[in-house]
Design a protein around this ligand. Sequence first.
Ligand SMILES: Cc1cc2nc3c(=O)[nH]c(=O)nc-3n(C[C@H](O)[C@H](O)[C@H](O)COP(=O)(O)OP(=O)(O)OC[C@H]3O[C@@H](n4cnc5c(N)ncnc54)[C@H](O)[C@@H]3O)c2cc1C
Length: 510
Amino acid sequence: MADTTMDTDVVIAGAGPTGLMLACELRLAGVDVVVAERLAERSGESRAGGIHSRTLEVLDQRGILDRFLDEGELQPVGHFSGLYLDFDESESRHPYPLMILQSTIERLLEEWAVELGVRVRRSSEVSGIRQDEEGVTVELGTDQGPATLRARYLVGCDGGRSTVRKLAGIDFPGTEATMTALIGDVELPDLPEDYVWVRRTPVGDYSAIAFEPGWHRVITSEFDRVDGRDEPVTFERLKESLIRVAGTDFGMRNPRWVSRFNDAARQAARYREGRVLLAGDAAHIHFPAGGQGLNMGVQDAVNLGWKLASVVRGQAPETLLDSYHTERHPVAERVLHNTRAQSALVRPGPQTDALREVFSALMVFDDVNQYLRHLLTALDIRYPIDGDHPLVGRRVPDADLKSSEGETYVFALLHDARPVLLDLCGSAEVAAVAEGWADRVDRVEARSEDEQWPVPAIGEIPAPAALLIRPDGYAAWAAAPGHSPDTAALRTALTTWFGPAANDEGTQRQ
Ligand SMILES: Cc1cc2nc3c(=O)[nH]c(=O)nc-3n(C[C@H](O)[C@H](O)[C@H](O)COP(=O)(O)OP(=O)(O)OC[C@H]3O[C@@H](n4cnc5c(N)ncnc54)[C@H](O)[C@@H]3O)c2cc1C
């Protein structure tokens, strides 16, 4: 619970997908959290239209995947810059992207947040912050006038133009926009029935994606103009752009919303400044090719949530928070890199046409497909964690298990967002070490149903004998079968990630 001098443990700025997911992760760990959201109600706008494999796995790890599957549609093909990409069913229980509108994702996450006891405070715009040794004072502009909230930590999940990032003095270096794209949900009565996919033209490209009966999402990209940030985005502007790019507006009418984006790619120089952290678009923006931003924000939240909770509860030292930057900054760097490449691949002109043909030819090769697929699905991420076993630092595959309580699977063990020491060989030594962390780490004895586990980017490996799984689903330690487990390394891993054993002196309390 929050200490008495604080209004709450953590304030999150922004109730977008990242802020809501982070709030849920913190609540699962018993941390008090307030989400301050500028808007009076959800906008209903949907920039994102899909989520990838690793995010589906993350939702499965928390036991809420069915809510999303019920409202979306799995799509067995994907694309890299509009070029078809295959997915591989052997890599994940959820290998395909789920087409689901961002507005639905936000509604489902907010419903879950409310169930978990998150307080979402709307019409509350973060406008000032003051940090000191004990906490952060967050100034809010609200519909009732100015207000303040005092918390131990503030996380800016307030989108690409993040006020929190600016107030914390964190640089946002990167590359400028070189094009302008307009997007709108509209009716398109004159769109030819044989229309499919993205159409490239000498001026740019356009796409019209049917997302509801009678409704299309239109996107136009123009490469010879860069709109100023303050230029208004209007329905007329979208119509004119479609006429320039496609030669017609297909009878476009009845806009639900229109918006604009570009290919500027920037990343926060650091994800933490004292008691202020950044996640999601507040930490990274890029061209939305391949639909990666929301996925990355949700995964930032799942990486940060349990670490911040552990520090707030005094179980781990504040330095644990530095691993958030160390692990997640390179992930976004890779996404910025691949989206820059994708934006180069959509420019008009005969040179790009030729480049796309070469690229398409290369994508016939399995290794190329796999490489590009992993850029999008994020199933191959390996965090820099010490350890010799190939699973260390990687997301743990969702293997089927059998325990004395019956059949289960790895992700089901993570529903409470607690760390799990999975003992697959009934080791007395592992059990003895686990005792010191019994208050924080669940020890589960089970048997793997499969002798081999599939690991993206590596291939199949023998099922481990024992495995320490962090709440985000990544392996912090693993023992290979047929060897005596390295319990010294296990102790180090437990201490590094979950603080000293309960009976050790010097447990950090803040
Ligand atoms: C055309 C397009 C298509 C996309 N498609 C995909 C896709 O298919 N898949 C995918 O993964 N990603 C996609 N993205 C990216 C995705 O939309 C973003 O990455 C995602 O919205 C980021 O979520 P977020 O919560 O970090 O930020 P946001 O969604 O921007 O949410 C930030 C929240 O903070 C609030 N806020 C702002 N300032 C303040 C303040 N000072 N105080 C309080 N609250 C504040 C805002 O009102 C907002 O609710 C797409 C983007 C675009 C433009």
